[in-house]
Design a binder for this molecule. Structure first.
Ligand code: PXL
Length: 290
């Protein structure tokens, strides 16, 4: 007989979050971002790796890929038998539609009482990532209906809603309309990342479907390919939501932190494929997140 975990329900207990992403061993994205960021923000952070790659797929050639989809259900079953519970589940890049389908089993076991934060990682600059296909988009669309907070960039929002990518431009009304369509898919809160409403600025817009109020924060735009920036943003936002921060505060924290990391990375002029230099900024985040 397996001994169940003793879980505290004391007020002020440490919250537990599950991060479900790939492990890209080099390149600071997905789990190598989510785990340190959420730990720094004070949460007990468990991980469910969906695959292991030598690097992420953005700009690297010849990367290795080990699919862990077949391990996902048995891992979930073991945790379920232990009586584990999560306060939040944060999911990101998945290798194939099979991984997304496995998330259904995870939610059946742990979805009750857990806030589901979904970054529907699928593409950028109007294009689906090269390794993904239509079955992936369809599975992601169905899965996103279960999210409490959905965090697409403009490309992912267009793919999810079957809308054209807004090239060359869009305005506030388009952003608001898109956020409403995302809310209508199911998530209470939709957040659109990489939004420019004024020349030379970039940020994120959010709509809480229950309050109907558009929130927008931006920072000066810094040109470049900022690999992993979406994961940094989504991880901080997940932490802020777990801390019970109201959406304006959560969004401002995530936009500010991501911008700070991008500025630091630009100053350091490292190979952009290595991702953002977020580590030296974690101390500040620890203080701000409380
Ligand atoms: O940062 C998103 C991401 C995560 N994991 C892998 C990726 C990407 C983006 O390209 O390739 C493997």
């Amino acid at each position: 007989m397996m001994q169940k975990l003793k879980l505290s329900d004391a007020p002020g207990r440490q919250k537990r979050v599950l991060a479900v992403h790939d492990i890209s061993c080099v390149g600071r994205c997905s789990l190598t971002v989510a785990l340190p960021v959420l730990s720094a923000m004070g949460f007990e952070t468990s991980i469910l790796p969906t695959s292991i790659l030598s690097t992420h797929t953005g700009g690297f050639e010849g990367y290795t890929y080990r699919d862990l989809a077949a391990d996902m259900d048995p891992v979930v079953d073991h945790w379920h038998a232990l009586g584990l519970k999560f306060d939040a589940i944060f999911t990101g890049w998945m290798g194939t539609h099979r991984h997304i389908e496995n998330l259904g089993h995870l939610l059946d076991a742990f979805g009750d009482g857990a806030a589901l934060i979904v970054d529907p990682v699928m593409g950028d600059n109007g294009k689906l990532y090269a390794t993904l296909d239509d079955a992936y988009v369809a599975a992601m669309r169905a899965y996103c209906a279960r999210a409490d907070v959905l965090l697409p960039n403009l490309t992912e929002a267009a793919l999810l809603t079957g809308t054209d990518y807004p090239f060359p431009g869009y305005d506030k009304a388009w952003v608001e309309g898109m956020l409403r369509r995302l809310n209508d898919m199911g998530p209470g809160i939709a957040v659109l990342t990489g939004v420019t409403l004024k020349p030379g600025r970039i940020g994120a817009a959010a709509l809480d479907g229950r309050r109907g109020q558009l929130i927008y924060f931006d920072e000066p735009y810094i040109p470049g390919m900022w690999h992993g920036a979406g994961d940094v943003f989504a991880s901080v936002l997940t932490g802020a939501v777990l801390n019970g921060a109201p959406m304006p505060k959560a969004l401002r924290l995530a936009v500010d932190f991501t911008a700070r990391c991008i500025r630091r990375t630009r100053r350091a002029a490292t190979d952009e494929r290595l991702g953002l230099q977020f580590e030296p900024e974690l101390g500040g985040l620890m203080n701000e997140a409380q």
